[in-house]
Ligand binder design. Structure first.
Ligand code: AKG
Ligand code: MN
Length: 200
């Protein structure tokens, strides 16, 4: 049984100064349903405090870090220590490595509990990711809009990330573009997002 999409199901986004690929049905619905449930139930979700302009806020989503090494990941004044990859995370990582030229050490997971949970404008450009990082982003659960805005030109892009999809950002995408997952008034169901990265 072929549970995974072929190369043909890949849609390149038309991005100036960036390189983004979208696989809408990387996992089929049954596989995506099963993975959503397992990740929802078995991941060690946490809610951290973040400091924005000197003020402390609860992060507007739950997160977790998993890896095949002990390297920590720091962003927005948070330093996360990884748990070791679960069986499902290793399986997903291998499926992505089979279709992309990247290999990954680490997965940052986000759980958006409802439409009020979000992820503000940022680039995944921390030093430990190295130059031109490949970020492979898998989505399960509620569909949410994902926005891009160019750092210096007045260019925007948006894409609806569907259940079981894979989005790969590579090349100069993090250097030239910011991305965000905005709040949504309509959304009430949760969404889980996994971003596979390499932490040096
Ligand atoms: O939830 C998403 O689709 C994006 C997550 C993200 O950008 C991140 O964790 O760095
Ligand atoms: Mn990001």
């Amino acid at each position: 049984m072929n549970l995974f999409a072929s190369e043909n199901d890949c849609i390149p986004l038309n991005m100036i100064d960036g390189d983004v690929l979208y696989y809408p049905t990387f996992f089929d619905t049954n596989q995506a349903n099963r993975l959503f449930q397992i990740l929802n139930d078995s991941i060690q979700w946490q809610q951290d405090d973040i400091k924005v302009f000197g003020k402390i806020y609860r992060q507007p989503r739950l997160t977790a870090l998993y890896a095949n090494n002990k390297n920590t990941y720091s962003y927005s004044n948070i330093t996360m220590k990884p748990y070791q990859f679960t069986e499902e995370l290793l399986m997903i990582k291998e499926e992505i490595e089979n279709i992309s030229s990247g290999t990954f050490t680490t997965c940052l997971l986000n759980l958006y509990r409802d439409g009020q949970d979000s992820n503000g404008w940022h680039a995944d450009n921390e030093k430990e990711l190295g130059p031109e990082p490949i970020i492979a982003s898998v989505s399960f659960g509620e569909e949410r809009w994902f926005h891009f805005k160019h750092k210096t030109k007045s260019l925007k892009q948006k894409i609806l990330l569907q259940h079981g999809s894979l989005l790969i950002m590579r090349g100069k995408t993090q250097e030239n573009w910011l991305h965000q997952l905005p709040k949504s008034k309509k959304v009430i169901k949760p969404r889980i997002n996994l971003t596979f990265r390499t932490i040096h």
